[in-house]
Design a protein. Structure first.
Length: 423
């Protein structure tokens, strides 16, 4: 009787497809709440500054708590994964960041304590930095199982989260909602989403999850940690890191300096400078939305090379543009060129499933180094040679990223369920 057998096989295929979709959607949600958490704080910076009566320099010192905490979180992510497994480590990271947000709210609205705000931001940074590694590991794993490039779209979800957070923050500010109640409400939403979402993320012994009925126990967390630290001796990881360094430097530097370069370098008004930055961010988001199918069609190496070339052309146009449409065209090409470097780097780092978390962590740390170090370096160069001339450093790093593109060449993976393709 072949019919029952076929029916059983179809049922199993549908169940596998449903589980993969749930896993994918859970990772999308984690990326979104990560962006939402970050933008929630950023949207209330003016209110925190006014409430604590901080100078610009003091605001910079307070924000350093977030940056420093992020580095600690990146360094600790591998240990957390090795010690607690993926599910528990992700919930722990989100919980830490939400406790930090609430602490910021208490320091800003209830106790008027700059030190408490700094400590809260450090907790937010530690949680978000660790989560950044974990969600990229999961994103790379699920796209490998599905057999389609999803990482750029996942990073677009992060961007959507920042947009939602900015809009909610603007609304909270408009109605005069105190910072504490705003951050507390978002913290509850974010933590609840994470707790529910991780239930759809499969448990894997290689990440430290303890599975009942497993044939052999997972390696000890110390053994996993020792193996994880060995990835820094892998030349391929360093080359992938070069790709991420160049592209992330281009992205992070634009976030801090593009609008100012348009104003000081090209004589635009503050409003026009903000519009140019909006054009850049829109191009970045669009590039990540459409990037997955393009990568699947042409492959990582050609797309990264073209991306680097597009970014280089965009930078040259932006630096040398006499104004008008060429300036906006330069911002668009700059954004498109930089849009795929970080997500593709995460996917490439996780291609080798052995020590995937450590490989992603290493590449992510290189990317965050660019985010943290790039803006002040450009500021120093801009002070000496003008901000437009300082942008040539980004151009040089994008050239290096294009040259290192072969390191991201994909391995061949089959979808988890050929009979039930996931879309």
């Amino acid at each position: 009787m072949p019919q029952p057998a076929r029916a059983a096989g179809t049922s199993v295929a549908h169940a596998a497809r449903r589980d993969l979709l749930a896993w994918r959607n859970a990772v999308f949600a984690i990326f979104l709440i990560s962006g939402l958490s970050l933008a929630t704080w950023m949207s209330r910076i003016p209110a925190v500054r006014d409430g604590l009566q901080l100078s610009t320099a003091e605001v910079g010192i307070v924000i350093f708590g977030l940056s420093g905490g992020s580095v600690v979180g990146l360094l600790g992510a591998v240990t957390l994964l090795a010690r607690f497994g993926a599910r528990r480590a992700m919930v722990l990271s989100v919980a830490l960041s939400t406790v930090g947000l609430v602490t910021v709210g208490v320091g800003a609205s209830l106790l008027a304590s700059t030190g408490l705000v700094f400590a809260g931001l450090a907790l937010v940074g530690i949680g978000m930095g660790a989560l950044d590694v974990m969600m990229n590991v999961e994103g790379a794993a699920v796209e490998r199982e599905i057999g389609k490039t999803l990482m750029p779209l996942m990073h677009a979800c992060f961007s959507f989260g920042t947009v939602i957070g900015a809009l909610l923050g603007a609304g909270a500010s408009f109605v005069g909602l105190p910072v504490f109640w705003h951050l507390a409400a978002i913290s509850i939403l974010v933590l609840a989403t994470a707790v529910i979402g991780v239930r759809s993320i499969p448990q894997r012994p290689e990440l430290g999850d303890e599975l009942r009925g497993a044939e052999a126990p997972a390696p000890s967390w110390r053994a996993r940690l020792r193996a994880s630290l060995s990835v820094w001796s892998d030349p391929k990881i360093l080359l992938i890191g070069t790709i991420v360094l160049g592209m992330t430097f281009a992205e992070g530097s634009a976030n801090d300096w593009l609008a100012l370069a348009a104003v000081d370098g090209h004589g635009l008004s503050n409003t026009e400078g903000a519009i140019v930055f909006g054009v850049f961010v829109s191009a970045m988001t669009a590039g990540r939305i459409v990037g997955g199918p393009i990568l699947d069609r042409f492959g990582r190496v050609p797309v990264l090379r073209v991306s680097a070339l597009v970014g280089i052309v965009g930078l040259i146009l932006f630096i040398l543009a006499p104004g008008g449409w060429t300036l906006y065209a330069g911002a668009i090409l700059w954004g498109l060129g930089a849009s795929l470097g970080f997500p593709v780097g995460m996917s490439a780092a996780a291609d080798d499933t052995k020590n995937a978390a450590a490989r992603v962590s290493a590449v992510a740390m290189i990317g965050y180094f660019a985010f943290l170090v790039g803006p002040p370096v450009l500021g120093l160069l801009g002070q000496a040679w003008s901000i437009l001339n300082a942008l040539y450093l980004i151009l040089a790093l994008m050239v290096l990223a294009g040259l290192a593109a072969p390191a991201a060449r994909e391995r061949s993976y089959a979808p988890a369920s050929p009979t039930a393709p996931v879309s």
